[in-house]
Design a protein around this ligand. Structure first.
Ligand SMILES: Nc1ncnc2c1ncn2[C@@H]1O[C@H](COP(=O)(O)OP(=O)(O)OP(=O)(O)O)[C@@H](O)[C@H]1O
Length: 287
């Protein structure tokens, strides 16, 4: 059965030398269904990256617990358990390409699986599989990661996480620093893995246009709390609270609101993309 993620009253902070930081997660409870594509948004410092780290076993709850399928993590979890969680929930850090280190792309991609006990005989086929998954040619496996473009490096780094064959992919700002084409291509790949392979995706982002186009659900973090968790469409119904949470409104929705005020005509549904907006305008006979 596909794996569910659940947080139950998770509170967490960081140990900085002998002292503990202020709480970065406060009583966070949520349940993420398998196969969903969830965006995590909110102001800077709200705890979004920390949330991903808890789900991947990198930051332990100080109180409360996280359930990763049938594994429960709390403040006392063993290293063995945390390692098992790291295989289930692949975490792609911000600018993951900065962690590429090996002489060839293949060695870089193979590092994780070998570390998790994969047989050396099997890792080549695995590297071939994941390099194709991220849309790169197999020949790239034999090149130095440092000879690649920024977008290629990002994909190689993600391939390294996919090579662990995780059930959940948690990504921290995966499109940061990419040009518009690279960004669209990467988001389309994520959507494809989500829809075709049933990979559960959790993506921290500041880009509300991407949220509107790609996510099914949204979690809004504010000051260490999860203050909203519902469908993406529900999020954009009430735009006043978006301002309070310092979140942008997608262009199509902004246009819709302006149109409704000026024309006195309500469109039949919340529109989040140009296509949806065009369809709704045609439906009410205004274009
Ligand atoms: N390794 C760490 N050690 C100590 N404090 C940390 C560490 N990582 C994050 N913090 C603190 O935890 C709080 C939440 O940080 P986090 O990175 O989870 O927020 P975020 O919502 O992802 O922010 P951003 O959008 O800026 O990336 C911040 O106050 C931050 O300073």
């Amino acid at each position: 059965m596909a794996m569910r993620l659940r947080l139950d009253h998770v509170t967490a902070d960081y140990q900085i030398g002998p002292v503990r930081s202020p709480r970065v997660l406060r009583e966070v409870s949520m349940s993420l269904q398998p196969g969903t594509f969830t965006a995590v948004v909110g102001p800077t410092g709200a705890g979004k990256s920390s949330l991903l780290k808890v789900l991947n076993g990198l930051l332990l709850p100080q109180s409360g617990q996280a359930e990763i399928g049938d594994i429960t993590i709390d403040g006392k979890s063993s290293k063995r358990l945390l390692k098992a969680v790291r295989k289930r929930v692949g975490l792609v850090f911000q600018f993951p390409e900065s962690q590429l280190f090996a002489e060839t792309v293949e060695q870089d991609i193979s590092f994780g699986p070998l570390n998790f006990g994969a047989h050396p005989r099997n890792v080549h086929a695995l590297a071939e599989k994941v390099i194709a998954q991220v849309g790169l040619d197999e020949s790239i496996l034999y090149r130095s990661p440092f000879s690649l473009s920024g977008g290629q490096k990002r994909r190689v780094a993600i391939a390294g996480v996919l090579a662990l064959e995780p059930e959940v992919l948690a990504l921290d700002e995966p499109t940061a620093g990419l040009d518009p084409t690279g960004k669209e291509e990467l988001l389309s790949l994520l959507k494809q893995w989500n829809k075709q392979n049933g990979l559960t995706i959790l993506m921290v982002t500041h880009d509300m246009e991407s949220v509107a186009r790609y996510a099914d659900d949204v979690v809004v973090m504010e000051k260490g709390r999860a203050v909203f968790h519902d469908s993406m469409r529900k999020l954009f119904e009430d735009t006043e609270r978006l301002e309070k949470w310092q979140l942008d409104v997608p262009d199509a929705r902004r246009f819709q609101l302006e149109f409704e005020v000026r024309s006195g005509t309500r469109l039949p549904r919340v529109c989040l993309t140009e296509d949806e907006l065009a369809d709704a305008l045609i439906e009410v006979g205004r274009v």
